[in-house]
Write a protein of this length. Structure first.
Length: 134
């Protein structure tokens, strides 16, 4: 698919576009609304049937692919590409099925225990072992 971007001569902040820079779309934010001088840089793109408001900013050409990933992330999140299929939240389990999710202590909790005294003893033992090996 060909991308059509009109030829920009001025960056969003009013600075001229320098040699070796390309214009890349970024998600449009409130900060952009405050800082944008060149309103021609504000546009919208359609992806997956959804319209996303973007602002074109100049970046060095070698960073263009990485810079584009910021917009791709926002688009993919909005389009639900990162949702886990067939997943059920803990709240849904409780609300719909009256089930509670059990918990178990981590290995660290078991090893260290909940008592601060156990932690102090373990740290003291560790310190002694380190000193013995030095």
């Amino acid at each position: 698919m060909a991308t059509r971007v009109k030829k920009f001569t001025v960056n969003y902040n009013g600075d001229p576009i320098r040699e070796g820079e390309v214009m890349v779309p970024f998600p449009y934010t409130e900060l952009d609304a405050e800082c944008c001088v060149n309103r021609e840089c504000i546009s919208s793109v359609t992806q997956g049937g959804r319209v996303f408001r973007v602002i074109y900013k100049a970046v060095p050409e070698r960073w263009a692919k990485v810079a584009r990933s910021a917009l791709n992330l926002v688009e993919n999140e909005e389009l639900g590409h990162y949702d886990i299929p067939n997943s059920i939240s803990m709240d849904k389990l409780f609300d719909e099925f009256n089930m509670e999710v059990g918990t178990s202590p981590s290995a660290e909790d078991i090893l260290l225990g909940d008592d601060d005294q156990d932690l102090d003893d373990m740290l003291s033992t560790f310190g002694c072992l380190v000193q013995a090996h030095l």
